[in-house]
Design a protein around this ligand. Sequence first.
Ligand code: FAD
Ligand code: NAP
Length: 536
Amino acid sequence: MVKKICVIGAGSSGLTAIKCCLDEDLEPTCFESSDDIGGLWRFKETPEDDRASIYKSVIINTSKEMMCFSDYPIPDEFPNYMHNSKIMEYFRMYAKNFNLLKYIRLKTSVCSVRRHPDFATTGQWDVVTECDGKKESHIFDGILICSGHHTFPHLPLHSFPGIEKFKGQYFHSRDYKNPQAFQDKRVIVIGIGNSGGDLAVEISSVAKQVYLSTRRGAWVVNRVCDEGFPLDVVLYSRYRLLLKQFMTTEMLNNWAEKKMNARFNHENYGIKPKHRISSQHPTINDDLPNRIIAGKVLMKCNVKEFTETDAIFEDGTVEKNIDAVFFATGYSFSFPFFDDPALKVVNNKIPLYKMVFPPVLEKTTVACIGLIQPIGAIMPLSELQARWATRVFKGLCKLPSKDDMLADIAIKKRELECRYVESPRHTIQVDFLEYLDELASQICVKPNVLRFLFTDPKLAWELFFGPCTPYQYRLTGDGKWPGARKAILSQRDRIIKPTKTRVLDDDMTKHKSPISFLLKILSIFAILSAIYFVYI
Ligand code: FAD
Ligand code: NAP
């Protein structure tokens, strides 16, 4: 009998979850509470309750080749870092191409999910939905929760005494849409995550003065990396992953921090944190140092207290006549519709096996998709999670015993606690490439570079030295996509095409040097010995 799967949410995670159900011959029904697909990436002029909200100018900070779904490359001409409208265009193309829309019931909220009375034997769930005020009950064989984790604002007003007396306006960053209302105003932005950085930069283009307040500072990374390539394209290759294994965390931190400080000295710019770069989710911002050097953004420490008009900082300085305060203080997540102790979230913490499966159920028929904070794009990770979950639901993949899953969860939790500074934003962190490989190994689709070296050396070269793009997980095994090889070999062209819009004469630009040939030969030796160390 075909299993019926409930997909909650039609954002990027929900869309790929529907596709994965179809690939496994499962029967998905996706409930989306809003009137459209795209989740967070669909811009709306006013924030809506219970749905993520973005500002008009948001440009994604993960690049197109690294964020695409693994069997559907983003068109050549799309920019590497896309505006939210372009991202929506891609999601709509994906949904249309794989005919996903007919499985989505828009304007339908999932109100509750409970274990069916026969859950212990069937693993089924009772789901109640609501559309136009009408409630409907359903029974499903499996649930894929794709409801996002950037919906509910974390607004720590209790940490800011006096805010109740403050006569200016204050908001959470999710309420910010554009800078117009802040023309000639004096504005404080609290928090130096990616929202805080983006808001400070944008508001400072019109405001009289912006103060960016941080309780511990941050290392600020550029989107545009070596030779102008996107940051994630440069960082995430198997070659670099291998090098990483031969370096200590101290060495990696020293290397990265030196690079960050070469761009602008973090101490001189008042941003330097006490912790090392690997201990915090990165803040990506190309413009912040420009705004600081122009005096439009001034860095400040934590706010100790607000008065009716002023902000008093922990270093004793006072900024007077503040008009507006933005709390760019992040998000909390929960599943208000899920009435089950297995999905209980406490302080942004939830024990899930490899961030996907609750380990304590008699039947594993529920999975969380996209409940991760990767240092990189979330979309290909959600996709691999959904590929794995649907195979578990179908009985094609087996999970370890409850005790083994709990032991794995405990190890991961300890690793997170040792690595990251304590903060509610660091409870679901994953490393992009390592986590992709970990998920891929569950469904046996991690590419074997050594084997390709003998069967397809050109591909092996790009797999090892090139950016580790999601197509790598469609080369072999179940879910193999015939276009994967071509997509990998043409990825560099798709990266360069949207920037090289003024093409120069070939003869003038291509310098063929004997040194580059020598370097290639040397690299072949490097690849062979590297692969030897990793795989043999
Ligand atoms: P969402 O996009 O939030 O979608 C969840 C969907 O579920 C929504 O449509 C919602 O309406 C629906 N829903 C929720 N509850 C219910 C219910 N009970 N019933 C029915 N429907 C429901 N990630 C990156 O990879 N790269 C980036 O550069 C990046 N930039 C970001 C910028 C900002 C400002 C923010 C806030 C986040 C950013 N993220 C980024 C993270 C972002 O969360 C993901 O990119 C992505 O949107 C997650 O998709 P999702 O489908 O998991 O969740
Ligand atoms: P975030 O990453 O959770 O950052 C929250 C910030 O607020 C941190 O600096 C945190 O400091 C600070 N903070 C939290 N509680 C505080 C308190 N009580 N007092 C003082 N400071 C406090 O949230 P975000 O910046 O909104 O980002 C959310 C997600 O959206 C991330 O995935 C991010 O990458 C993404 N995003 C992407 C873009 C983009 O692509 N352009 C733009 C915006 C956001 P600590 O570190 O000390 O906890």
